[in-house]
Design a protein around this ligand. Structure first.
Ligand code: G6P
Ligand code: ZN
Length: 582
């Protein structure tokens, strides 16, 4: 058994290590500066109570992006030196974010051990490669992201750090081979357990969904399926689940080999970045002439999802509402009912209408999955989702891209259980349109202005807050722009009081609420790595089922015009068009 000793390395604080909505995300070149990663990891250990570190079991893995393999070796050595007892690593360092959450909650080591926490190495949907982004975040023993109390402490520690601990004499561990390596250090034995990246997750999915009924759907000659992992870590799960377990053909998988640079692409499952899938589904430029019935994509770390039907896009806000409306009948895990549902503030109110009609507890939380985790730990929420292509449930404490696909496949399987041979399948589009007919439709779009000058973004937001002091002035400005929109009834900056721990989160986005239920929301992204990203969310409710079939950009054009003029978007940012429209 190789033995190691502990080195104490002198260091000094490095600026800018404040974790954002989902951990610390920076360019690889920033992360590879001397001591950069080490400072953050030690600051995290120092932010945790001693018993969460000494003798603990820690998961370390991620989406496999560039620099992950080096980072894993560094973290293993620092964990050993800080007295961690075991580090669990997915084979080749790969674990999707939802799989990490599942592993923390479910996996039992060969010696009966359970994980206490996890370092997830990902920058999610941001591009990867030597000139792109890397990221790291810490998840707690419930499998969810560290709460603000901890991330604030981590940040404070990064500002005063003077030294970190790292093992000397501990060789690099071969993370490509499954098995346990043992080492000995000053605190006793230290193990690195390299395990199969997908088996715990697959087992969990099989306990939630009726795989047999999905198999039958996929086997139907009238159904066809396509999944795009955008070269992210979802590929490691897609083959196992969709092909090996559910019988889809290999050719239904696109970009399912994980790559360090995501094939040079932007691994974000939306209509702009998932171009190949979008064309395959008969949408966008150069659409395929014979698209499959169902298509889906994931982001780099496989927690996001995009759901498409044949020539049809399902907005994430509609997706969560439709899953909630159909969960009890279609998904065995929910057969005894939903404890409650929740959405993030900028997500459309489609879910609210379902909650009301099904008499379910409902919560509106700030952007960031961690807010759902508290509700779930308290047994208040079963299904939740965000406009940012995140959907999930209380089976784990992260959003879950593959879960969302399985949920949709379950709904399709349920709706089609009696007509799989007949040829007249209920399609994704049918399900969505039926939903609108029942609950009304929330026309919805999001405009993103990426990498805007940070000062200019702040000024724009300050301008919008200032405007809110007089609603009558706002309405006058609006009437001067167009006469065909409703009046603004109220406006505020969203603030949230967590019903479980009472914590208050302020300044979570600027809202203009119209008296017909329409909304304009402005927010600064918490996940960018350069400059500022302004997000503008535009929503309009249409209850009349004869008017729910319009093109959404066309239906929302009046509100878009108002939003851009009210915020003086071009004046502040110099941008005449958004970077991305979803
Ligand atoms: C990550 C988080 C989500 C959040 C999203 C928003 O994906 O996990 O919970 O909705 O970021 O990002 P933004 O860039 O809008 O802050
Ligand atoms: Zn992600």
């Amino acid at each position: 058994m190789a033995s190691f000793k502990v080195n104490l390395v002198d260091t000094s604080p490095i600026e800018g290590q404040k974790p954002g909505t989902s951990g610390l995300r920076k360019k690889v070149k920033v992360f590879t500066q001397p001591h950069y990663l080490q400072n953050f990891v030690q600051s995290t250990f120092n932010a945790l109570s001693a018993e969460k570190v000494k003798g603990s079991t820690l998961v370390v893995s991620g989406d496999g992006r560039y620099y992950s393999k080096d980072a894993i070796q560094i973290i293993i050595k620092m964990a050993a030196a800080n007295g961690v007892r075991r580090v669990w690593v997915g084979q080749n360092g790969l674990l999707s974010t939802p799989a990490v959450s599942a592993v923390v909650r479910e996996r039992v080591g060969a010696d009966g051990s359970k994980a206490n926490g996890a370092f997830i190495l990902t920058a999610s949907h941001n591009p990867g490669g030597p000139n792109e982004d890397f990221g790291i975040k810490y998840n707690m023993e419930n499998g969810g992201p560290a709460p603000e109390g901890i991330t604030d402490k981590i940040f404070e520690n990064t500002k005063t750090i003077k030294e970190y601990f790292i093992a000397e004499g501990l060789p690099d561990v071969d993370i490509s081979a499954i098995g346990i390596s043992n080492f000995s250090g000053p605190d006793g034995q230290f193990d690195v357990d390299v395990f199969d990246s997908s088996s715990d997750y697959v087992k969990l999915m099989k306990s939630i969904f009726d795989f047999q009924s999905i198999q039958k759907l996929i086997a139907s000659p009238h159904f066809s399926f396509c999944y795009d992992a955008l070269h992210g870590v979802a590929g490691a799960y897609a083959k196992r689940i969709f092909v090996e377990e559910l019988g889809a053909s290999e050719s239904s998988l696109l970009n399912c080999v994980p790559k360090e640079d995501f094939g040079g692409g932007h691994p974000d499952p939306n209509l702009t970045y998932a171009k190949e899938l979008v064309a395959r589904m008969g949408l966008g430029k150069n659409p395929d002439s014979n698209p499959p019935e169902f298509g889906a994509a994931a982001d780099g770390d496989a927690d996001r999802n995009m759901i498409l039907g044949k020539r049809f896009f399902v907005t994430p806000s509609d997706s969560v509402a439709i899953i909630a409306a159909n969960a009890v009948q279609s998904i065995p895990y929910f057969s005894s009912g939903l404890k409650g549902v929740a959405r993030s503030m900028p997500t459309s109110a489609a879910l609210d209408v379902v909650a009301k009609s099904l008499n379910l507890k409902f919560f509106e939380v700030p952007t960031g999955w961690k807010f759902f985790g508290n509700l779930m730990d308290a047994g208040l929420c079963s299904v939740c989702g965000e406009e940012s292509f995140g959907t999930g449930s209380d089976h784990i404490r992260e959003k879950d891209g593959i879960w969302a696909v399985l949920a949709w496949l379950s709904i399709l399987a349920h709706k089609n259980k009696d007509n799989l041979k007949g040829g007249n399948l209920v399609t994704v589009e049918d399900i969505v349109k039926q939903h609108w007919a029942t609950y009304g439709r929330h026309y919805y779009t999001r405009y993103d202005y990426e990498n805007v000058d940070a000062g200019a973004a702040k000024e724009l937001m300050a301008h919008l807050v200032k405007l809110q002091s007089s609603i009558s002035d706002v309405n006058q400005i609006i009437k001067g722009i167009r006469s065909d929109v409703a009046n603004v009834a109220s406006a505020d900056e969203f603030e949230y009081k967590d019903p479980v721990d009472g914590s208050i989160s302020k300044n979570q986005g600027i809202r203009y609420l119209f008296d017909d239920g329409s909304r304009l929301v402005f927010r600064l992204s918490g996940t960018g790595s350069e400059g500022a990203t302004i997000r503008l969310y535009i929503e309009q409710y249409e209850k009349d089922s004869s008017k729910t079939g319009r093109d959404s950009q066309e239906a929302l054009a009046p509100l878009v015009e108002i939003a851009l003029k009210l915020s003086k978007m071009q004046e502040f940012t110099g941008r005449s068009t958004p970077t991305v429209i979803t």
